[in-house]
Design a protein around this ligand. Structure first.
Ligand code: ZN
Length: 134
């Protein structure tokens, strides 16, 4: 059971992302290529609007991306984002394990990292909608 699920709040209802933030994710994924890019998502009033970069987690194996003990516990944190330099925008088994344990909304971006090469998932790995807003 996720630690966060012990808290009652509205972070499960995050349903939008700022276009600026999405662009930042795609740009960072491009410049990290062929390495994977990863960050934590922050939201205010249901809108994902900020990234928190985790030092030391950006390079390397997909499964080692997010070290859970390093993840911040903070009421604006809603989930994670990472890139798939090879492969589609679908969660791997390691991703699903992470999703179950941390956060409510997770974004995966894939090549060629254009505005349509991303997908959002909930804690169970089901794809969910995120509206891009200005
Ligand atoms: Zn992944």
């Amino acid at each position: 059971m996720s630690l966060f699920k012990l808290f009652k709040d509205d972070r499960a209802n995050v349903d939008r992302i700022k276009k600026k933030t999405l662009k930042m994710i795609l740009e960072a994924s491009k410049s990290s290529y062929p390495e994977e890019f990863g960050a934590i998502l922050r939201a205010t009033k249901g809108i994902i609007n900020e990234l928190i970069l985790l030092p030391g987690t950006i390079q390397g194996e997909r499964s080692a991306l997010f070290k859970l003990h390093m993840l911040p516990i903070d009421f604006t944190v809603v989930g994670t984002v990472h890139s798939h330099p090879s492969g589609g925008c679908y969660p791997s088994d390691a991703d699903l394990d992470l999703f179950r344990r941390y956060g409510w909304v997770h974004i995966i971006v894939c090549r060629p990292y254009s505005m349509s090469n991303w997908a959002a998932y909930d804690a169970t790995g089901e794809q969910r909608e995120l509206k891009v807003v200005d």
